[in-house]
Design a protein. Structure first.
Length: 279
């Protein structure tokens, strides 16, 4: 069974532990919420799931209930023995480690894997991007993140949350917010609302790498959003001289008066390809 608030608090007290502010720990302590997350993850007996930040194992238990095979990753060495006691008897493999530093290919091998995670604010964005860029074995994700972070990951052009990270995610995957999670279901209770973001890896990147590579696009995107209030003909001035940038914008079908937030990932790809051709 999954853990209630009182059960989680008792478990921590028995082991002389407390949620770590430095690690951004807020444990989900509502059985209905963790089962909802497992249901939204869409996993079952034929799936392999890796959970990051397993904590006390409440969500882990809900994932086990689906019949999926689960690897639980936890960085807090104080929590790891407790987590092992709680979920290893259920067939879960517990791995101690920092998700940003793990040898993911060695851990997962071939795909497909589904990532399910309650991610602290400070690692959510870099971790999602890192896994999309370097761990193709993970083909789907359901991540619980701070609401503002989720909105940026899933944002579309011409919306307030749209930024460089939105384009980076869109290059590799499609993303959408599939639910909200109130602060009341956490221990301790955070001061922010959380969102559930579904990320599904594309079969192929949104832009053909033969036309423009990811690094080329990313450099342009960073420059454009680095001065997002400026028109692209100005914000991209450091990337190319005007006599090169102007024709490239025209070839890509992008007005020089456009701003970074107006371009979708395909438009950024066309611009990167045009600049490559104009080199």
């Amino acid at each position: 069974m999954t853990l209630s608030r009182s059960q989680a608090a008792d478990l921590l007290a028995r082991h002389g532990l407390a949620p770590s502010r430095a690690l951004g720990q807020n444990f989900v302590v509502d059985p209905n919420t963790v089962r909802r997350i497992a249901r939204l993850a869409g996993v079952g007996p034929d799936d392999r799931v890796v959970e990051i930040g397993a904590g006390l194992g409440s969500l882990t238990r809900a994932l086990v209930e689906t019949g999926a095979a689960v690897i639980a990753v936890e960085v807090d060495r104080g929590l790891v023995p407790v987590l092992r006691d709680e979920v290893e008897p259920l067939g879960v493999r517990v791995v101690e480690g920092d998700a940003l530093a793990l040898d993911w290919p060695a851990l997962l091998g071939d795909g497909p894997w589904v990532l399910v995670a309650n991610l602290p604010y400070n690692i959510a964005t870099p971790l999602v991007c890192e896994l999309l860029e370097h761990v193709p074995a993970i083909t789907r994700m359901l991540a619980m993140v701070q609401r503002e972070v989720g909105e940026r990951l899933a944002a579309t052009p011409r919306t307030p949350a749209y930024g460089a990270v939105s384009v980076r995610v869109a290059y590799w995957a499609t993303a959408r917010i599939v639910g909200r999670v109130p602060a009341t279901v956490f221990l301790p209770r955070p001061k922010v609302e959380s969102a559930l973001v579904e990320v599904e890896r594309r079969a192929v990147p949104a832009v053909d790498p033969a036309e423009a590579g990811y690094d080329e696009i990313d450099a342009l995107v960073r420059a454009g959003f680095g001065q997002r209030r400026k028109m692209l003909r100005n914000s991209l001035g450091a990337m190319a001289a005007p006599e090169r940038l102007g024709p490239a914008l025209a070839a890509a079908g992008v007005p020089g008066t456009a701003r970074a937030e107006e371009l979708d990932v395909q438009a950024w790809g066309r611009l990167a390809a045009a600049l490559r051709g104009a080199a």
